[in-house]
Design a protein around this ligand. Structure first.
Ligand code: ATP
Ligand code: MG
Length: 410
């Protein structure tokens, strides 16, 4: 099975109970605890079947997802599934594992609200993917894509690249996109996009925690139809920044509303960077061609890979300000050797353009050379934006779960 990029994230907190008889599937389920994405998912494997599940949920609360193996797939099983739904909390999802491939059974189960039907034995990668996509679909991480931009060190142009990435999403891929940073009073967003901050980051995270949409919308600058920006940064520079968990809640509420969110992680604290990177689908690591910056980028990439269980997918290396110290910087040809990987893109040093745009408060998309930078980033976002719902389309509806489906609420 091909690896779906949107499921390569830290999954939301959830409980998954599996009632299995098949040994190979049980082993696969137990091994999920080693999958980095499942750090917050409590997976319990029970030796049993639908009857075991009915008994269990007659006495204790059902989890987010119940996976049941069955050898019978006739009417009697469907009837027992009805009994199970009667004991489950609303919103509990079900996946059935059966003995044979049967399209009609699949159709009748999914029409009842069952999330999926798999044939045993189920391999670990398949089980992991099905659980991941079910949890993402039902727990509100939505199908939104999170792109993070992080610098190897300060001042390497992380905010500039984040702006270019956001503009690639909105101007080139026509996606409704939310651009946010976590820099508090150090934010440069209001300068780049010429707006007055509508509040502080602390106010924004409080509003998100209380689901206070009015306050939040006052802190969103609608730069264009598609590009909306977190207009914080009004706080004193020396104020304490927000906590990683608070920022995560703000991020979640934005991801519920926008198909693409771009997070500029420059000038933020390491714990927040780490939390956001864990949820990220695509990470742009920005460096200059200076040796110190490349060294730090190399270490950072290795740490991001460790965070993602060793996987190298979804990391793009951006070498910014190429040519800023011609003759003294690491030459283009030597960078891949120094980094052990190819740079995804080189962005030329162009102080005239950047200082000029900043002075006028104009976005990079309004400059020819700026547009070339944006164009060079488009191929790097295509894989995760492919198939994203644009602003004209309806948001993806959440499933009503097993019980909701059986009661015809879907
Ligand atoms: N390719 C480039 N050529 C010339 N100037 C650039 C380039 N990229 C960014 N700059 C400029 O360099 C300065 C620093 O960029 P930026 O604020 O994006 O860096 P940062 O890494 O986000 O910094 P911080 O660590 O302070 O958040 C800005 O004035 C920006 O316009
Ligand atoms: Mg910055």
């Amino acid at each position: 099975m091909t690896e779906a990029t949107h499921t390569q994230i830290l999954l939301p907190t959830a409980g998954v109970d599996l009632f299995l008889k098949d040994g190979a599937t049980s082993e696969a389920a137990k091994a999920l605890s080693e999958d980095w994405r499942f750090a917050r998912v409590n997976v319990s494997v029970h030796d049993g079947d639908v009857e075991t599940a009915i008994n269990m949920y007659g006495q204790s609360a059902s989890p987010t997802l119940v996976i049941i193996e069955t050898n019978t797939t006739d009417e009697s099983f469907i009837e027992r599934l009805g009994a199970l739904a009667g004991n489950c909390a609303e919103g509990t999802n079900a996946i059935i594992i059966g003995p044979v491939n049967d399209v009609n059974l699949y159709r009748s189960l999914t029409s009842m609200g069952v999330q999926d039907y798999l044939v045993k034995p189920v391999a670990q990668d398949v089980l992991g993917e099905v659980i991941a996509s079910t949890l993402i679909e039902n727990l509100g991480t939505t199908d939104s894509r999170l792109i993070s931009v992080i610098g190897a060190k300060g001042g390497v142009g992380t905010s500039a690249i984040a702006q270019a990435v956001a503009l690639a999403c909105t101007e080139k891929r026509k996606q409704k996109t939310f651009l946010m940073d976590a820099a508090g009073g150090w934010s440069s967003l209001s300068v780049s996009f010429a707006f007055e901050p509508g509040g502080s980051q602390n106010e924004a995270v409080r509003a998100a925690a209380m689901a206070d949409e009015d306050t939040l919308s006052r802190m969103i600058n609608k730069k264009t139809e598609r590009l909306h920006i977190l207009a914080t940064g009004a706080e004193p520079l020396l104020d304490a920044t927000v906590q990683a968990q608070q920022y995560e809640a703000l991020l979640d509420s934005m991801m519920a509303a926008y198909p693409v969110v771009v997070a500029d992680l420059s000038s933020s604290v390491p714990s927040l960077k780490r939390t956001v990177l864990n949820k990220t689908h695509k990470t742009f690591v920005v460096t200059t061609p200076a040796l110190s910056s490349l060294r730090s980028a190399r270490t950072l990439i290795s740490e991001i890979k460790t965070l993602h269980g060793g996987a190298d997918s979804g990391i793009e290396l951006v070498v910014n300000m190429q040519g800023f110290a011609a003759g003294r910087e690491v030459p283009r040809g030597d960078i891949s050797t120094a980094m052990d990987r190819e740079a995804s893109v080189f962005v030329p040093f162009n102080s005239g353009m950047f200082i000029g745009l900043e002075a006028d408060g104009r976005p990079m998309s309004e400059d020819k050379a700026g547009m070339e930078i944006i164009d060079s980033l488009v191929p790097l976002i295509s894989d995760i934006i492919e198939g994203q719902s644009g602003e004209e389309e309806e948001p993806v509806k959440k499933s009503g779960g097993l019980l909701g489906g059986l009661l015809g609420k879907k």
